[in-house]
Design a protein around this ligand. Structure first.
Ligand code: ZN
Length: 301
């Protein structure tokens, strides 16, 4: 933008600026504001504008200003989502194809604190409803919720008909993604009269290789416990203490280098626990509770 102020002064001698013209020029400069680039130009007024016996001058002050920034449309700024910029790894426990590939999943691998099977089939309810199916359903629902919340989601398996991967790879996937949190979804095959959820958290293994994730994994578990309880679930009557169980025998935890927990959502051998697990609305509720826990653990930056 360019502003021009004009002052006109009349003096008797055209050879120099009169005090009135000089004052006029100074006032013009001041009026245009300090700190701006200004220039002053003094010119003779055209003859018709001059009165008899006098000479007129026109003082022009031109002020250059920086162009005003263009207004930013309100729609150009996307609202920050709760988990924008966060990376979450979801590990749906077991796999639907594990049942037909016992040799492949049965081979031993180093779990970070000994040897263990590459993977297992998981449990199943008395009516045949499989843990792998439950885990997959909750995981898919959680994945959709996390994406809507702005997170980047990494899955350790991409279908419920494959085999594995091994527990070593499940941990490695979360590590390679530099996940802010990793959550392994399971259901338990506990005693018939036991019920409730348990969150398995990493304990210190002899190599201390996982020491950096022990404290944040516990924080993650506490956040998830709060959300699951608010969803109406109760802590386990038979596993852990107040819903938390420290484990050093799970490769998925021993080998993780990012905060990670296993959630045993319920006991598939207990009728009261298991019946709702086969209802989609229940699994959706569990997924929403897990989302809420992750948002509590990873507050918006
Ligand atoms: Zn399991």
């Amino acid at each position: 933008m360019r502003a021009t102020l004009v002052c006109v002064a009349t003096v008797m001698k055209p050879s120099r600026l009169s005090p009135a013209a000089a004052v006029c020029a100074l006032l013009c400069i001041a009026g245009c504001g300090a700190g701006r680039s200004s220039s002053v130009r003094v010119v003779d007024l055209p003859q018709p504008l001059q009165s008899a016996g006098s000479t007129g001058f026109k003082v022009t002050v031109a002020t250059a200003q920086s162009p005003a920034p263009a207004p930013v449309p309100a729609t150009a700024v996307a609202p920050l989502k709760p988990l924008s910029g966060r990376v979450i790894t979801i590990d749906p426990g077991h796999n639907g194809g594990n049942f037909t590939h016992p040799e492949e999943i049965g081979r031993l691998v180093n779990d970070g604190n000994g040897e263990k099977e590459c993977d297992t089939t998981g449990t199943a309810a008395p009516d045949g409803y499989r843990e792998a199916d439950f885990n997959w359903s909750v995981a898919e629902r959680l994945r959709a919720l996390l994406l809507a919340a702005g997170a980047r989601v990494v899955m350790t398996r991409h279908s419920n008909t494959g085999v594995g991967p091994c527990i070593t790879e499940r941990a490695a996937i979360g590590n390679r993604a530099h996940s802010n949190a990793a959550i392994s979804i399971h259901a338990d095959g506990g005693p018939v009269n036991g019920s409730g959820f348990a969150i398995l958290i990493p304990g210190q293994i002899p190599s201390r290789a996982n020491r950096s994730i022990i404290a944040p994994s516990r924080d993650l578990a506490l956040a998830l416990r709060t959300s699951l309880e608010r969803d109406g679930l109760h802590t386990s009557t038979y596993d852990g203490v107040d819903g938390l169980a420290v484990r050093t025998d799970l490769g998925g935890l021993n080998l993780s280098r990012v905060p990670k927990v296993f959630v045993e959502v319920a006991n598939m051998q207990n009728a009261a626990d298991e019946a709702p697990m086969e209802r989609p609305a229940y699994r959706e509720g569990v997924a929403r509770a897990l989302l809420a826990g992750l948002e509590r653990f990873l507050p918006q930056r």
